[in-house]
Design a protein around this ligand. Structure first.
Ligand code: PMM
Length: 290
């Protein structure tokens, strides 16, 4: 997919495949820390049907401590350079202006900022100057204490709070010179959210879409799925056995017309979306055998 296709309407969401170049991400920490492994993994995700590769060098798992900026740069830049060099549409998953700027210079197309510009407001200047698509996620605090902020007791509950806080971020972005056409919003499942908050947000995507921006959602491998699928003793389903549940969520997101879905297992999501798309075509299916 070329950059120009990023915002053209299409019948299914774009698939953003996750490449975490970190030692400690909850979903796949340490598996792709070597640039060579991360690059090979990114290529696999492309072959599986990824439209975008999301390359990140900072773990946001609850309780994680932050890497130094030099560490983050050292992790992501070689991987971005190689995969963008292959022609992939790359997003950089970073909260830091310096990393976003270097990533764009290395060939990244999109800036995916889980803090929506709160962690490092200068990132908005970088995005505005580059004219780059900007994914702004709902966020309240860094990973080491975000659990303390998972409180949504206003009248609109979690959905109203996330909608209003994202709308406020959009105002700040626009004041910084970010064009509305650049913006994608994300409810930030699992970030200062408890399981019930995530389910509520997934049930009310329309209210978030009413802000008028494309939506990206990432549920893949998150702990609310592990909790849903816990065994009889209450032990959460392990991270790598949550994929079928995530596929169900991907289809739910597609039915609600989201712009993008952030996943680890691109093939599972891709295949499910192809089936959905085929069913929606309603054409004469000819003489195909069972
Ligand atoms: N989740 C994670 C990291 N980056 N970016 C966006 N836009 N949305 C998300 O939900 C999101 C993200 C954490 O998950 P990981 O450890 O699987 O990367």
């Amino acid at each position: 997919m070329s950059t120009v296709d990023l915002f053209t309407p299409r019948s299914r969401p774009r698939l953003m495949g996750v490449v975490n170049v970190t030692p400690d991400s909850f979903s796949d920490g340490g598996r792709w820390l070597e640039p060579r492994d991360a690059i090979a993994h990114g290529r696999e995700l492309l072959a599986d049907g990824a439209d975008i590769l999301d390359i990140g060098g900072e773990s946001t798992r609850p309780g994680a401590t932050r890497p130094l900026v030099e560490e983050e740069l050292g992790r992501v830049l070689p991987v971005i350079t190689a995969l963008a060099g292959d022609g992939a549409v790359v997003s950089v998953d970073t909260m830091r202006a310096e990393v976003a700027e270097a990533a764009l210079a290395a060939g990244a197309t999109i800036v995916n900022d889980v803090s929506g510009g709160l962690a490092d407001p200068r990132i908005l200047d970088v995005v505005a100057a580059a004219g780059a698509p900007y994914v702004a996620m709902h966020w309240r605090a860094h990973a080491d204490h975000m659990r303390d902020f998972a409180v949504y007791d206003g009248p609109g509950g979690v959905v109203g709070a996330v909608r209003d806080e994202l709308a406020a971020r959009v105002e700040v972005m626009r004041a910084a010179g970010v064009a509305p056409e650049q913006v994608v919003l994300d409810p930030g499942l699992g970030f200062a959210k408890r399981a019930e908050h995530n389910w509520e947000l997934l049930r009310h995507l329309d209210e978030l879409a009413s802000l008028g921006y494309p939506l990206l959602v990432g549920a893949s491998r998150k702990s609310f799925l592990g909790r849903l699928l816990a065994d009889r003793s209450g032990t959460p389903r392990p991270v790598d056995l949550r994929e079928h549940a995530n596929t169900a969520i991907t289809l739910h997101l597609a039915r609600h017309g989201v712009w993008g879905v952030r996943v680890h297992d691109v093939r599972a999501a891709h295949d499910a979306l192809r089936v959905m798309e085929r069913l929606d075509e309603r054409q004469d299916d000819g003489e195909e055998e069972l």
